[in-house]
Design a protein around this ligand. Structure first.
Ligand SMILES: [Zn+2]
Ligand SMILES: [Zn+2]
Length: 89
């Protein structure tokens, strides 16, 4: 049991990135990485993808939220909390 706890702690530590400890709510890839789709279409592997925050404080890859909002026919809402989506900042 003690060994398992140590492994888990290391995994958590690896998820911290510049104080941002989140994954994209759409593709579930860490915000420090790129969604596989963007890597294939627009980016060379290893490049950072733009990350955007909403007023609700949820963050997504720009490519992911753009694609998500494109599927919203009526109101544009955050895929995580369903609040109205507004770009922060
Ligand atoms: Zn994403
Ligand atoms: Zn949200």
């Amino acid at each position: 049991m003690a060994k398992a706890k140590i492994v888990k702690a290391r995994l958590v530590a690896n998820w911290t990135w510049n104080g941002v400890n989140e994954v994209c709510g759409i593709c579930h890839v860490h915000l420090d990485g790129c969604p596989p789709e963007a890597t294939a279409k627009f980016q060379t592997p290893g490049d950072d993808c733009p990350v955007v925050w909403g007023e609700c404080k949820h963050a997504f890859h720009l490519t992911c939220i753009t694609k998500w909002l494109g599927t919203q026919s009526d109101s544009q809402s955050c895929p995580m909390c369903r609040r109205r989506w507004e770009y922060s900042g």
